[in-house]
Design a protein around this ligand. Sequence first.
Ligand SMILES: [Zn+2]
Length: 147
Amino acid sequence: MSVIHTYKKRKPSWLRVLCPPGNLSKLVATRCDGCGQWVISCRQEPWESYDPGIIHGTQDLSVAIILGRTLTRIHWIPGLNQASLRDPYGSRGISPDADYLARHECRHTPISMKPFKPPATPRVKKTSWGVKPTASEIREFEKAWNQ
Ligand SMILES: [Zn+2]
């Protein structure tokens, strides 16, 4: 019988962007004590760990909501080049345009392994026709979120 060490992976390089040394949000890239997977540990009381993958867009959010995973929203602070995490309150905090992290649950496969990319020019708002979810799609997962 062979054991596959799925999580014996190298540290995702983008964790350095999200968790720079001395950041104000006290985000630390570390391995989970329980399963050895890389996690983003937020060392503000209470400590929380998040899977190293960005939840973005209607599809990721729907999966996270269906699986009942707790999400936290990434707010990028351009002046500091740092992220702060804020827990959304109900559906108002959930937007398909925002980036989220899902709380780490030991031995559950992360919903996403997408890297985080800080917004390059936060002042320029691009309209992305065809990518934006419709109002009814947003209502759909707001409904799911509230269940
Ligand atoms: Zn774990």
